[in-house]
Design a protein. Structure first.
Length: 211
């Protein structure tokens, strides 16, 4: 069975400490539970989680949904947000983990990327340099979430035209967002191989479309 790789990049900088990061955990747990109710997703979806603050950590390498145990997600008290370094690590992980198709075999489906931040890249030069490299990886879809009123939209729009925002960072908002993410993954899972155009379901009221 060909895999559908799904990468989650989660901002864990100091401003996410406390309720925001705990709410993200609740949202991800809810997303995983929803996906596990889909037999086809259970067979094909593989998830990786990369966190980034002053450090970038692959807290979950690409793992089959049925084997996934959510690792602990922690935040420092303060410090920079190295989004560019996180995208560099993402490129490395994709190169190492995603199986490409050849004339002899069919590889994995085109991966999905979800990136969430409540701020802006501290390493903006690195970020701007790596964005074209991310786009070369041919993700089926890149979804960016700007969480909270201090999140900067402009850097995310350099990465993707699919940018969404959350006004609040409570557990209800993140749970709603990650429920929508699970819907997106299920749509992507059923669409792969049938169409090159991934038609996304409309976001819930809590998730704002950034034009």
């Amino acid at each position: 069975m060909r895999r559908l790789p799904v990468y989650l990049l989660i901002d864990t900088s100091g401003s996410m400490k406390g309720e925001p990061i705990e709410s993200v955990k609740v949202g991800i747990e809810s997303m995983i539970a929803t996906l596990r109710q889909d037999p086809y997703a259970l067979e094909t979806v593989n998830i990786s989680i990369i966190t980034y603050d002053r450090d970038v950590k692959v807290i979950l390498p690409l793992t089959p949904l049925e084997d996934l145990q959510l690792p602990n997600i922690t935040t420092p008290d303060s410090g920079p947000t190295h989004t560019g370094a996180a995208l560099e690590q993402l490129c490395h992980q994709v190169e190492q983990e995603v199986t490409l198709s050849t004339t002899e075999r069919k590889g994995d489906w085109m991966p999905l990327l979800f990136i969430m931040t409540d701020g802006h890249p501290s390493d903006i030069m690195v970020y701007n340099k790596v964005v074209p490299e991310v786009k070369k990886k041919k993700f089926a879809s890149i979804i960016a979430c700007a969480a909270g009123m201090k999140a900067k939209i402009e850097p995310l729009k350099l990465l993707t035209d699919q940018v969404y925002s959350l006004d609040t960072m409570d557990s209800s908002s993140f749970k709603t967002f990650f429920k929508w993410v699970s819907d997106l993954i299920e749509v992507g899972n059923k669409s792969v191989g049938a169409t090159d155009d991934l038609i996304l379901p409309p976001p819930p009221e809590e998730v704002n479309v950034v034009i």
